[in-house]
Design a protein around this ligand. Structure first.
Ligand SMILES: NC(=O)c1ccc[n+]([C@@H]2O[C@H](COP(=O)([O-])OP(=O)(O)OC[C@H]3O[C@@H](n4cnc5c(N)ncnc54)[C@H](OP(=O)(O)O)[C@@H]3O)[C@@H](O)[C@H]2O)c1
Length: 261
């Protein structure tokens, strides 16, 4: 049987990167739909105000501050969440950062940090929940990558590489997860208006709000597809652009981003 999507009756949801942007809005959307949501990020004050904001909703949000780059801490948090709220039925590994990296001065510390948060943070989360889900023979995991993981984009050498790694990792793990009864999905957003993109100094076509992104993400959790991608106008365009031969790819991306005349 195909792995099934998780329901609030199966246990609780765990969202990382919940203190702002997409993660925050997804946590609220899940609580609106009746989930008990364990919310993780480093900023405790933001998580506390999120929990307060959810008080009037059908479900609720409980703060579990942690740094996703610490595997021991993340494993301990997962254990605590399960012991307090019941099994983690749905995990959304979404924490991420996106500093610009440009030639000729490669900021190695920034590259390492991106890989640590965006790639190792996801693996740390997966390691924390997969064994228990495998034992139960059910569970659902969604991981936020990005359409920037489809192919190289200006300024995104480390960010895009981290998201390409996450896309590849999820494709690979889907084979095992399917056999274990665990539903694994990728979330590949285009541009979403969040603190992460607020610093962007280039045009962001088809920008969507974080509330819209959250709705599309949570709706996607109940669907049968492996990849939840939006807005479709941009994600399909990016998919097609990444099929082009390199000279055309560099010309088109260069022109549309203003990096090539
Ligand atoms: N916005 C977009 O257009 C867009 C497009 C495609 C993909 N994405 C992806 O969507 C995800 C969410 O991004 P966003 O746009 O919502 O950005 P955001 O508002 O900046 O949120 C990022 C979240 O990640 C958390 N985080 C960062 N480092 C962390 C760490 N070491 N440990 C725990 N949590 C950490 C932040 O919380 P603390 O600072 O409190 O720890 C925050 O809650 C990211 O993976 C991003 O790459 C975004």
């Amino acid at each position: 049987m195909k792995p099934q999507h998780a329901l609030p009756a199966d246990g609780c949801a765990w969202v990382t990167g919940a203190s702002s942007g997409i993660g925050r809005s997804v946590a609220l959307e899940l609580a609106r739909r009746g989930w008990i949501v364990a919310a993780t990020a480093r900023r405790e004050d933001e998580l506390s105000s999120l929990a307060l904001e959810a008080e009037s909703l059908l479900g609720r949000i409980v703060a579990y501050p942690a740094d996703v780059t610490n595997p021991e801490v993340l494993a301990a948090v997962a254990e605590t969440i399960a012991s307090v709220h019941g099994p983690i039925a749905l995990a959304f590994f979404n924490a991420g950062i996106a500093p610009y990296i440009r030639a000729p001065n490669i900021d190695l510390a920034a590259v390492r940090q991106v890989m640590d948060v965006n790639v190792m943070g996801v693996f740390n989360g997966l390691a924390a929940v997969l064994p228990a889900m495998a034992l139960r023979g059910r569970g659902q995991i969604a991981v936020t990558a990005s359409v920037a993981g489809y192919g190289g984009l200006p300024k995104a050498a480390a960010y895009g590489a981290s998201k390409a790694a996450v896309i590849n990792a999820c494709e690979a793990l889907k084979f095992d997860c399917d056999a274990l009864g665990i539903k694994l999905q990728l979330v590949n957003p285009g541009f979403v208006a969040t603190p992460l993109t607020a610093k962007n100094d280039f045009p962001m076509p088809f920008l969507v709000t974080e509330e819209d992104a959250a709705k599309r993400t949570v709706d996607g959790f109940a669907e049968d597809r492996f990849e939840i991608h939006y807005p479709r106008r941009l994600s399909w365009l990016m998919k097609v652009v990444n099929l082009l031969p390199y000279p055309l790819y560099f010309w088109m991306v260069g022109r549309t981003t203003g990096t090539r005349k």
